[in-house]
Design a protein. Structure first.
Length: 350
């Protein structure tokens, strides 16, 4: 019998870009409609680098939340060569900060202030390890000599192995993994490491960027890889292995910033992310494991209880909005590779 209706504990998004100002106003209601909590990325311009800045950003997010929403933003700050161990440890103790985000310098959108050399942040990492604060890693080397499709594997081999040997008890999330090598590494690693997987990396391979012409809305970082990697990610996501959990990496950019001679990296999935994950799990005949991936594994990694509410998805094809307005004059494009979504999240009024 095919499942046409599925109720699971309300999921969380363990990696999302909510942005600020008009973009925040557009993006936040979509995330808050589905997810109970989300790990909010700090790569604003300029980035959120201190606990005080994270607290101020959290206030701005709360002010934009729809009335009655119980959505909880979990804040991060951006690790730089200058980050102070005291500031982030205090932010963690005071529950302003949930984690620290590490971008290798210039690896992705607004990451110029990222870490230039790991040895410069060793004091911060020592402190994080001591207090149990998670480090969230954009796992790509940023050097121009390394092929763009090899940057995740190169990061694991050249940086992550060494980092984990030096900090075996540091809680690490390898964010938005895109390769079979990352799946294998996380699966086989001893110690506290997990990985998030996006909906889009479960749905598209790198061909999607070149289907009939250059497709800027299929471009994100880490860039989608070849089909064998997509299949490995699917296997990991549906495995039930508690190390793998949902992180959309929903990352809106204005249309004109995507459709440009130098288009930004980022795919905006927030309006239908859970629906897309449900489709993937259905295709893999693994709907019974969606709750583990979406609602349980991440909370467990972060030492948080699962959400107490439930959400219901029904199999009922619908047409998500293709474009959404941002402010008075701008728009973003919503990722939906098949034009329609097969699953729909029931709204409280349904
Ligand atoms: C993200 C963004 O736009 O902020 N882009 C992306 O392609 N994922 C940055 C990031 O998470 O790398
Ligand atoms: Zn991201």
């Amino acid at each position: 019998m095919t499942t046409t209706r599925l109720t699971i504990i309300r999921p969380d998004d363990w990696h999302v870009h909510l942005r600020d100002e008009a973009m925040l106003q557009m993006a936040l209601p979509w995330t808050a409609r589905t997810f109970g909590r989300a790990i909010v990325m700090p790569n604003l311009d300029p980035p959120v680098t201190t606990a005080a800045q994270a607290a101020a950003y959290r206030d701005r997010i709360r002010r934009v939340l729809p009335d009655g929403s119980r959505f909880e933003p979990l804040m991060t700050c951006f690790l730089t060569d200058e980050t102070g161990p005291e500031d982030i440890a205090r932010g963690f103790a005071e529950r302003v900060l949930t984690a620290v985000k590490m971008y290798p310098a210039r690896s992705t959108t607004n990451s110029a202030a990222g870490v230039t050399d790991f040895r410069r942040v060793y004091r911060v990492l020592e402190r994080m390890q001591a207090v149990g604060m998670p480090l969230l890693i954009h796992g790509e080397v940023a050097d121009q000599e390394t092929d763009v499709f090899d940057r995740e594997k190169a990061f694991i081999d050249r940086v992550l192995v060494r980092l984990r040997a030096d900090f075996p008890a540091l809680r690490i999330v390898l964010e938005h993994i895109t390769t079979a090598e990352a799946v294998d590494y996380v699966q086989d690693a001893a110690g506290p490491i997990g990985a998030t997987i996006t909906a889009h990396h479960l749905m598209i391979n790198r061909n999607a960027m070149f289907a009939g012409g250059i497709r800027p809305h299929m471009y994100c970082l880490p860039v989608a890889k070849r089909e064998s990697h997509r299949l490995a990610l699917r296997k990991a996501a549906i495995s039930g292995d508690p190390r793998f959990f949902l992180g959309t990496d929903s990352a809106p950019h204005l249309i004109q910033d995507k459709e440009s001679a130098c288009g930004c990296a980022g795919i905006f999935t927030a309006p239908l992310a859970l629906e897309l994950y449900a489709q993937v799990f259905e295709e893999e005949r693994a709907l019974d494991r969606l709750a583990a991936f979406a609602s349980l594994n991440g909370a467990r990694f972060y030492g948080l209880p699962p959400n107490t509410e439930a959400v219901t998805l029904v199999q009922s094809p619908w047409q998500p909005p293709e474009l959404l307005p941002v402010g008075e004059a701008d728009q973003v494009r919503v990722f939906c590779p098949e034009g329609k979504a097969r699953w729909r999240l029931l709204e409280p009024a349904d």
